[in-house]
Design a protein around this ligand. Structure first.
Ligand code: NAP
Length: 320
């Protein structure tokens, strides 16, 4: 395999969602030779989104792909290189770090991991066509469009509880559809859900199909105990069955039990916070949904990308 020795970078950023592109903006403006390995499906989850109304700076909101295109153009205008290739491996066992992409090995003094996490979908008929047409994976992003409407949440974990509580603030009704007869979510979250009069639960049901063409109008259900089939009318379906962090190609980076990168805070000798975005490998930093299962917003991912770039800057200055 060809090794790109001439291309020794200061910072290589893996991923091109809001975290990766923001990290790129900060890295290049700090004067570092920076490469973003964007992947062939560049732009992350916002490329699958329609109107984004909660990203500051856009009075009328902005379409997700347009927001990402703006971020990309801004990053490139500042001089950041973007490689539209999938990286196939990250080897962090020795320095300089080696990143393999498109059949070449790129060397770098530091790395920012911003590969994101993908929502897990049900993958049942109608889902692909109705995404953004009443089918969503983010209540915080889309609840606003369901003011006074009947809605459904699929899932039984903490995310499903949280999404249900967010939706209940605006929707007429929220029905949680869960495949078993007990939630996996923490007791505290369940208690909050059970106290909310707008939220009802349908136990032992799985969604087998979406109904509607231009916009979702309902779901087709199967009882997981009896096999009985039924239809349930709704104006919106929120899928909250988990996320899959994109971490399978890393070697030597500590991951938690769900596969997210473990983010570490490092203090200096005086006990002051030195790095907020460190990983188990010095010189490798992390930003965005690949470590964050809690907030998962475009704006928080961008902020985490900024933090990772500022940390990489500090690390490079101290490890010349
Ligand atoms: P999760 O805990 O893995 O729960 C996923 C839920 O979706 C489970 O109830 C599961 O059902 C259900 N599910 C999975 N695949 C399904 C399918 N194909 N069809 C129907 N249902 C399906 O995921 P999560 O809720 O996203 O949470 C991920 C992590 O983030 C957890 O550690 C959670 O505690 C944490 N989190 C914390 C907070 C908070 O602290 N406020 C908020 C959000 C998330 P089964 O139960 O039957 O397996």
């Amino acid at each position: 395999m060809e090794t790109n020795f001439s291309n020794m970078y200061d910072i290589i950023i893996l991923g091109s969602g809001p975290a990766g592109l923001t990290a790129g903006i900060y890295s290049i403006r700090a004067g570092y030779k920076t490469l973003i390995i964007s992947g062939t499906r560049w732009g992350g989850q916002l490329m699958l989104t329609t109107l984004v109304e909660n990203y500051p700076g856009f009075t009328e909101g902005i379409q997700g792909p347009d927001l990402m295109m703006n971020m990309r153009k801004q990053t490139e205008r500042l001089g950041c290189e973007l490689l539209n290739t999938e990286f196939t491996q990250g080897d962090f066992s020795s320095k300089p770090f080696k990143i393999t992409a498109g059949g070449k090995v790129y060397e770098t003094k530091s790395v920012i991991i911003a590969t994101g996490a993908d929502s897990i979908w049900l993958n049942v008929p109608g889902e692909l066509q109705l995404r953004g047409r009443g089918v969503s994976t983010c209540a915080v992003c889309d609840a606003f469009f369901f003011r006074g409407k009947e809605t459904v949440i699929v899932g039984g974990g903490d995310s499903a509880m949280e999404e249900a509580l967010v939706l209940a603030k605006v929707a007429k009704s929220v029905t949680i559809i869960h495949r078993r007869d007990a939630f996996r979510a923490s007791k505290a979250m369940q208690d909050r859900v059970f106290k909310e009069p707008k939220i009802k639960v349908m136990w032992n049901k799985s969604v087998t199909k979406y109904l509607g063409t231009e916009h979702v109008t309902g779901v087709f259900l199967k009882d997981t105990k009896t096999g009985e089939e039924s239809e349930f009318k709704t104006d919106g379906v929120f899928i909250a069955i988990g996320h899959k962090p994109n971490t399978e190609k890393f070697k030597g980076i500590e991951l938690d039990e769900k596969g997210y990168v473990v983010r570490k805070e490092v203090q200096d000798e005086g006990g002051l916070l030195k790095y907020r975005s460190a990983t188990s490998v010095p010189g490798v930093f992390v930003g965005g949904d690949v470590h964050d299962y809690r907030y998962r917003q475009a704006i928080t991912a961008a902020a985490f990308g900024c933090i990772a770039a500022l940390d990489a800057d500090k690390w490079l200055q101290e490890n010349k």
